[in-house]
Design a binder for this molecule. Structure first.
Ligand code: NAD
Length: 337
């Protein structure tokens, strides 16, 4: 691996699922890490090193204190509410937490001369895509407030970059999955809505079956097809994106997926292989707002940053998730950490 110098990062939302894996990767590389999280959804025990501050990403006074105390080279921003369904019922809470507070964070950065920013964006900005795989130049047309809350931030970043000394990378993740292979940190959302942890709740004895929402989609086996990307491959993409900005590179927007789609039925079958459990499945009607297929083209980040996912096999991704969930069947609550 090429020699790299060390830098200092503010990781907003770093006590959450993806942020905690990035914190771990940065700490292991010897970078200086300050994590800011209000613990509304995250877990203190997920933060495996560096400095931890409990607080709100919209608290400009607190941000000012952080930026004054610690020179920050780059801010990585994971802090958000992430439930698509909930965003439909609570749009104002989503726009305030995800969009408005991000402008506070960006204002505090501007006031203190911090000018490099990495955003956790999402495939949800594309809405109902017109073609597969989805490329970054395809139109954005979110179909729910969650997707809009992120698309608005992308627009704000674009405008702020034109007016101020800001450079950013927006990373549009597809389906984040898996856990650090150490088994020490992993996914612990409450409530959980992601397929792999929900499937694994069956062999853990926490649910008696997994529901399949729709078996009449226009896909090879009739179930929804998604692009699963390992959380540590996401972490590596953040490090490469930061390096681009630290090297003086321009702002950019990248998709992050493995470029292959797997159906819900395939994921359940693989989870049966990994766990040795029968995992009963029950067919249920389609959920409103779902799409048949979402698969990324990640050609741009591969070509421009040399990013290569280490986990391109969903079975290996599920194995890492299973290791985490077996060791922590109730997540970060209830001991074990
Ligand atoms: N999980 C996925 O598959 C996925 C896919 C696409 C995009 N994303 C995006 O990635 C980011 C991280 O997702 P995740 O799965 O780790 O979610 P998560 O809920 O596990 O982590 C989000 C963290 O942000 C914190 N947070 C929320 N509001 C805050 C506030 N106002 N101030 C301070 N901290 C706050 C929460 O406490 C939590 O620790 C989110 O921005 C999400 O939109 C996730």
């Amino acid at each position: 691996m090429a020699k790299r110098s060390h830098h200092s990062y503010l990781i907003v939302g770093g006590a959450g699922y993806i942020g905690s894996h990035v914190v771990k990767a940065l700490v292991e590389r010897g970078d200086q890490v300050v994590t800011l999280d209000d613990l509304s959804k995250g877990h203190r025990a997920a933060v495996s090193g560096g400095q931890f501050i409990t607080g709100d990403l919209g608290d400009r006074q607190l941000l000012g204190e952080i930026f004054t105390t610690t020179p920050i080279d780059c801010v990585m921003h994971f802090g958000a509410y992430i439930e698509v369904g909930e965003s439909v019922h609570k749009p104002l809470e989503y726009y305030r937490n995800n969009t408005a507070k991000t402008t506070d964070l960006l204002l505090a950065m501007k006031e203190h001369g911090v000018d490099r920013f990495i955003l956790s964006s999402t495939a949800a900005v594309y809405g109902e895509p017109q073609r597969m795989p989805i490329e970054e130049t395809d139109p954005t047309a979110p179909t729910n407030p969650y997707g809009h809350s992120k698309a608005f931030i992308e627009q704000i970043l674009h405008d702020a970059e034109a007016a101020h000394d800001l450079r950013y990378v927006a990373l549009r993740y597809f389906n984040a999955a898996g856990a650090d292979p150490s088994g020490t940190i992993g996914e612990a959302h409450h409530p959980e809505s992601h397929l792999i942890p929900l499937v694994l709740q069956v062999p853990l004895g926490q649910r008696d079956h997994i529901a399949i929402f729709g078996t009449d989609w226009p896909t090879p086996d009739g179930t929804c097809v998604r692009d699963y990307i390992h959380v540590n491959d996401l972490a590596e993409a953040h490090i490469l994106a930061a390096q681009r900005l630290l090297d003086g590179g321009d702002s950019a927007t990248y998709n992050l997926g493995c470029e292959t789609g797997y159906s819900v039925k395939t994921i359940i079958d693989l989870a049966r292989e990994v766990t040795g459990h029968a995992i009963p499945a029950q067919e249920a009607p389609r959920r409103p707002g779902d799409s048949a297929t979402l698969v990324a083209s990640s050609a741009r980040i591969k070509a421009e940053l040399g990013w290569t996912p280490q986990y391109d096999d969903p079975k290996a991704i599920i194995e890492t998730a299973w290791r985490w969930h077996q060791g922590h069947p109730r997540g970060y609550e209830g001991g074990g950490d």
